[in-house]
Design a protein around this ligand. Sequence first.
Ligand code: HPA
Ligand code: ZN
Length: 289
Amino acid sequence: KSIPKAELHLHLEGSVTPAIFGALSRKYDTDYAVLNEEKIQAQLFNYRDFYDFLNTYRIVCEHLREPLDYLMVFDWLESYFAEQNIRYAEIIYTPSILWRAGKDGREVLVALLKQSNKLNDQGITIRWILDCVRQFGAQWAWRTAELAAEFSKQGVVAIGLGGDEKSLSMGEYQEVFAWVRDHQLHAHVHAGEISDAQQVWEALQVLGANRIGHGIQAAWDPNLTDYLCQHAIGLDVCLTSNARTGAWPTISDNPFDLLHRKGIPVTLNTDDPGLFQVSLNEEFQKAAV
Ligand code: HPA
Ligand code: ZN
């Protein structure tokens, strides 16, 4: 707790805790309003596999409908940053989830930037990654890229590509990511989480990724680990997330240590602290064992 930390892989939508989910389900009187926090935790925030996790993620996102909902989550993150001694964070926000539901993803971003820029005074720097979802397609990615470019001087540093890496090919997003890189934004790509090392190669070669979300499957490919090392491409490793989704079921043999010893810039992250009920300090403890 005494170590000042950075967290580079943290989804805003994944920061919905059982308590926040309970409040939102009562606010919107959804089918889940009958569940108390323990039941939310046991029944909904408990995953058979990665796809079951994505399904819960979708349900949680259906409960985020207006700026106030997102600000409630950001408020929770503010206390999380203080408690975890986090001084720098890159938060991943996905506007296309709102757009696809006919809602305004831009006004949510404006509200979030206003709130996050206030933390500067407390010595906490927040930057934003606007995520595109792999299974949604290029149309939404273009809209996300344009929004990122509009706010690139106000705290948005990158666009990302999350979601199901076994769905659409990286090629679908090649032009969007080229455009984004021309606009001095970075490219953050989830790859090599549940799919193989080839996905990491494509993230680098097709999308020009500067940093990889997860990337643990790179451990199987020595040419790739050499490349990541030589080009100082960071991997955001998320030990508990990998265990909870089944991407890498046992924390004690997660390749974090191997990748670190090879000289790749690896970082520890929670991915979704609300949905996995885990903190960054706990991730450090788990890595230290
Ligand atoms: N992988 C893919 N999509 C996601 C994740 C993840 O770990 N977390 C939130 N959306
Ligand atoms: Zn993620």
